[in-house]
Design a protein around this ligand. Structure first.
Ligand SMILES: [Zn+2]
Ligand SMILES: [Zn+2]
Length: 374
């Protein structure tokens, strides 16, 4: 079963061309073959991603897909875009010209290193204060043994005969969608224009090596779910003198069953037994700083919103801290015993209009609940 193309790219069904392209590039970076070459899944994921992109970036194909799905495409002769490609790296290069995704050209000149994306999950409490989180990720860096020269230290380096030292070649690739002409990094020297006679024993002549890196990331108080933190220069090393890429840390704030976040405000739903709502009481409610006591006035109605000022989330822009709103949910007792039923019966008989009218409260339950969410 093929996954839905929109789901694969993580875009809404009405996404425009720009959104689709952006989602593709962002996700493709995470599957960089240098980092994922030991991960057979990554290649499959990249193919799936590239195919989803091929479908959604072509208006005609997208229209067919929207109406008839993957089956509709194959029955109309649209094929997966991977005919005639070899390795994972070749496929990747075919889409990004051997450097485009990393910001540079197709070989020869300096190429900026690729970006790396990692995701971390923090609790709501951590999001409410400045916190730190450790991340581990793989990134390509210069080989320390050969210092990026790709040659075993002290051995000669000669000019590449295939490209004459230019580092690039023109290549024509046949795909299911026609011919693709592009400038490609030289396959003999890999774009360097130079070939070491004795390749570096550590990096096997690549000059670069993926290594595990560990970093402690500072997360500012008030960060929202799905925000990204960029650490410049912490991504893959550049090639031929190019700068390093960046590290993007996607911060996920775990759901907290006690609170619903509404911007900088938090909403807590308080379950209050009907008699307590009628009589008034003092309850304890959870806040980010622990339990807090809260007075419930007599005659509190379902949907009443009580405000704990300044008990919400801090503002990322160092503005005023949000509030915690407490939404009262009046719980009607169930499973009454015969005795309780009898008491409630007798109580009900005593109720008069002055117990039940709304004392001029014009606000409906619906609008009160809506107010709880800003
Ligand atoms: Zn060459
Ligand atoms: Zn080396």
């Amino acid at each position: 079963m093929k996954r839905d193309a929109y789901e694969v790219l993580g875009v809404p069904r009405d996404a425009d061309e720009r959104q689709i392209k952006k989602a593709f590039r962002t996700k493709a970076r995470e599957l960089h073959p240098d980092v994922n070459r030991h991960d057979a899944d990554a290649e499959e994921k990249f193919k799936e991603l590239a195919e989803a992109h091929e479908i959604l970036s072509d208006p005609e194909r997208r229209q067919v897909y929207d109406r008839y799905g993957h089956e509709g495409l194959s029955s109309r002769g649209f094929e997966s875009p991977f005919q005639g490609f070899g390795s994972f790296s070749d496929i990747f290069d075919a889409f990004f010209g051997g450097g485009d995704v990393f910001g540079g050209g197709g070989g020869g000149g300096a190429v900026q290193g690729g970006d790396v994306a990692v995701a971390v999950e923090i609790t709501l409490e951590d999001a409410a204060r400045d916190s730190q989180v450790d991340v581990e990720y793989d990134a390509v860096g210069l080989c320390e043994h050969c210092n990026g020269n790709a040659a075993e230290p002290g051995t000669p380096i000669r000019t590449c005969e295939r490209c004459g030292g230019a580092g690039q070649l023109r290549a024509v690739t046949r795909t299911a969608f026609g011919q693709l002409v592009r400038t490609q990094a030289c396959d003999v020297c890999g774009g360097d224009g130079k070939i070491p006679e004795t390749p570096c024993s550590v990096c096997r002549g690549r000059g670069r090596q993926a290594t595990r890196r560990k970093l402690t990331i500072d997360i500012p108080a008030g960060i929202a779910d799905e925000q990204r933190i960029r650490l410049a220069g912490r991504g893959h090393a550049g090639e031929r003198g190019g700068p390093s890429g960046d590290l993007y840390v996607l911060v996920r704030v775990a759901e907290d069953e006690r609170f619903v976040r509404d911007g900088n405000d938090l909403v807590h739903v308080l379950n209050l037994p009907a008699p307590s709502a009628a009589l008034g009481t003092t309850v304890t409610v959870p806040t980010l700083e622990g339990e807090e006591s809260l007075d419930i006035p007599p005659g509190t109605q379902p949907g009443t919103v009580l405000n704990l000022r300044g008990k919400g989330m801090p503002s990322l822009r160092r503005g005023r801290r949000g509030d915690q709103r407490v939404l009262v949910n009046v719980v009607i007792p169930r499973n009454l015993s015969a005795e309780q039923r009898d008491m409630l019966d007798r109580f009900a008989d005593t109720l008069g209009p002055h117990n039940l009218d709304d004392e001029g409260e014009r606000e409906s339950l619906f609008s009160r609940v809506r107010r709880a969410f800003g």
